[in-house]
Design a protein around this ligand. Structure first.
Ligand code: PSU
Ligand code: MN
Length: 310
């Protein structure tokens, strides 16, 4: 690897560039937290997404870890996108899940990476903890659409700890939990017995394990790796500003009806549904979304710190 000046981007192989700050942290075994960008490029409007990225970055630093924003900048995969580059990414990027990686890189496009693509790239860069809002999962009506997010399959083979507020509320949460179980991905309630529902604090659904502190999460992660289990650990916690479940459900029913009427499917389904919700319930849902992203970044940073300690 070539030496570069501080702050410069360093090339570790032909395809993935790791920023100097992230590289230094990784080589000294300091805590690093990967941050996904599709939730910002496709889940929140500008400039709220820029503000949210600043908040997540700040939350990670506050707990002594180094944030690694993962994105694709004109075909270049970057782990540790610098703050001055955020705005141009958020102004225009493709949604990049695992199957889109090859095309977006080959075409030289900008990409906001989903949970699937971020987990894959972060793992390749040697990062072990990752913060997001909600993972993708089994969509409602999957029986006819077969729409199951690649997030689930990729998490079944990425040895990462992913901190989130459950799966996105537009999904079929009981079926998503079933599939997580089938794929061998443990769902760890952080100080909770139940699955949170993204905007909603509690779905009432039971999950596999409850842990009380970050040290226990680190111990469980270490145990899984000692057993050669390569699945992610999904750490879930309710967001700090949860919304009334009935309000969210009514909006989702409307959004799904509209999506069917407009024949929206495939990779456009999630952004369409979330966009619909954001437009209708605006301020309240947006505030809940931003608050939980920041909270997950904080917890991820503390878990990354505990990894360095156990
Ligand atoms: N959560 C949001 N907005 C989003 C997403 C999550 O509030 O846009 C993104 C995440 O990046 C997640 C992706 O990984 O949607 C899943 O998309 P799909 O269902 O197409 O796999
Ligand atoms: Mn899908």
């Amino acid at each position: 690897m070539q030496a570069t000046q501080k702050g410069a981007i360093q090339e570790v192989n032909d395809r993935i560039m790791i920023s100097d700050e992230v590289q230094v942290a990784l080589s000294s075994k300091a805590p690093v937290v990967a941050l996904e960008t599709a939730v910002l490029t496709h889940g929140l409007p500008f400039p709220d997404n820029l503000e949210t990225m600043r908040k997540m970055d700040g939350a990670v630093r506050k707990y002594g870890a180094v944030p690694a924003v993962v994105a694709i900048r004109q075909g270049q995969i970057v782990v540790g996108l610098e703050a001055r580059e955020w705005e141009s990414l958020l102004e225009g990027a493709e949604k990049c899940s695992i199957r889109d990686l090859g095309a977006i890189v080959a075409r030289g496009q900008n990409g906001g990476t989903t949970v699937a693509a971020t987990a894959y790239l972060a793992q390749r860069a040697g990062i072990r903890v990752f913060a997001t809002g909600g993972i993708g999962g089994v969509h409602r009506g999957w029986e006819t659409s077969l729409d199951v997010s690649a997030d689930l399959y990729v998490l079944s083979r990425c040895a990462m700890t992913v901190v989130c507020s459950g799966a996105k509320s537009i999904l079929d949460i009981p079926k998503t939990l079933e599939m997580l179980e089938s794929l061998g991905i443990p769902v760890i309630g952080y100080q909770t017995d139940h699955m949170p529902g993204f905007y909603v604090a509690d779905t009432g659904l039971n999950i596999s394990t409850r842990l009380e502190n970050v040290r226990d999460v680190a111990m469980m992660e270490r145990t899984m790796r000692q057993l050669d289990l390569s699945q992610a650990l999904l750490v879930v916690q309710p967001g700090p500003r949860s919304v009334d479940g009935a309000v969210v459900e009514a909006l989702i029913a409307e959004a799904l009806k509209e999506a069917r009427a407009q024949f929206v499917s495939g990779k456009d389904a999630t952004p369409f549904l979330l966009g619909y919700l954001n437009q209708r319930a605006g301020a309240q849902l947006k505030a809940a979304n931003i608050a939980l992203l920041e909270q997950n970044a904080s917890l991820a940073a503390q878990i990354a710190g505990a990894f360095s300690a156990v």
